[in-house]
Design a protein around this ligand. Structure first.
Ligand code: PXL
Length: 279
């Protein structure tokens, strides 16, 4: 009998706005993966474009939740982190991942902290250096272009990008010890948008693009990374997992554009879950 894979997802709960745990959990579950969660903070909405949101930092709960799991003998196939609730959680999550890695788990870090050249309002200028350290303990990292630039100490540039610029960035990301570095938000023209992946051992770079959907939609980084984690945990080859994640995310953005939804409300990924589950 086939054993069901189990993932630990460590992200915030933004109660409204479809990002972090409210997308990671349904996407991983739809892929047939058992998903345990450690909420890093609880917010009434995400911080992208809303004002007046509530923010409860759960730093004190993160390690006790993991220790309880350890005490009852839980083992994980993967650990997947995203938005963290405080700078202290960088160390705590590193510690958790070091233990999970010893048991053979795949560690995926999405260094959620910035987009469009700007740090999110809950983080200070010292956060990217700490996030780089967390990434150094991962097997797979999934930064967007802003996060990659911040961790590498480079200036952020707007796209479209040249192949030379992206590949230079990929080679630098490959110097972090992760086996795979995935860079999101890559585009060379206005027609297509996607991601690049580098295998740190062979230095081979692959791309996955989908048709670009006009506009910028909140939460697409989390949708993409969650779909990628699902593919990798199910044993798909990185390039195949990447293409599937890119298409799933582009389809969600297209449905959202067609519906004319407020872009802060997140994307309609739900209507793609049935097909995603069957692929
Ligand atoms: O989607 C990234 C994200 C996750 N969690 C919170 C956020 C953001 C981006 O703004 O504010 C709370």
């Amino acid at each position: 009998m086939k054993r069901q894979p189990r993932v630990a997802a460590i992200h915030d709960i933004s109660c409204f706005g479809k990002c972090s745990l409210t997308v990671a959990l349904p996407i991983l579950s739809a892929a047939g993966i058992e998903t345990a969660v450690i909420p890093t903070a609880v917010l009434s909405t995400h911080t992208g474009g809303f004002t007046g949101y509530t923010y409860r930092d759960l730093t004190e709960d993160v390690l006790p939740i993991f220790r309880h799991w350890r005490d009852i003998g839980l083992k994980f196939d993967a650990g997947y982190s995203g938005f963290l609730g405080s700078p202290e959680q960088l160390e705590i999550v590193s510690e958790i991942f070091a233990e999970m890695k010893k048991q053979g788990a795949l560690i995926v870090v999405d260094p959620v902290m910035a987009d469009n050249g700007k740090l999110y309002p809950t983080f200070d200028a010292g956060f990217p250096a700490g996030m780089r350290k967390l990434c150094e303990g991962a097997d797979v990292i999934v930064p967007n272009l802003t996060e990659a630039a911040l961790m590498l100490g480079e200036e952020y540039r707007d796209g479209p990008y040249t192949r030379g610029y992206i590949e230079e960035m990929m080679y630098r990301l490959a110097e972090l010890p992760a086996k795979l570095a995935v860079l999101t938000g890559v585009f060379f023209d206005e027609e297509q948008l996607g991601a690049a992946v580098i295998d740190a051992r062979t230095k081979k770079i692959d791309y996955a693009f989908s048709k670009r959907v006009q506009g910028s939609y909140h939460g697409t980084g989390d949708v993409f990374a969650s779909a990628l984690v699902a593919g990798l945990v199910l044993g798909k080859a990185p390039q195949a997992a990447l293409q599937r994640a890119a298409d799933f995310t582009a389809d969600a953005a297209r449905r959202t554009l067609e519906a004319g939804t407020d872009i802060r409300f997140g994307v309609n990924f739900e209507e793609g879950l049935r097909d995603f589950a069957c692929e």
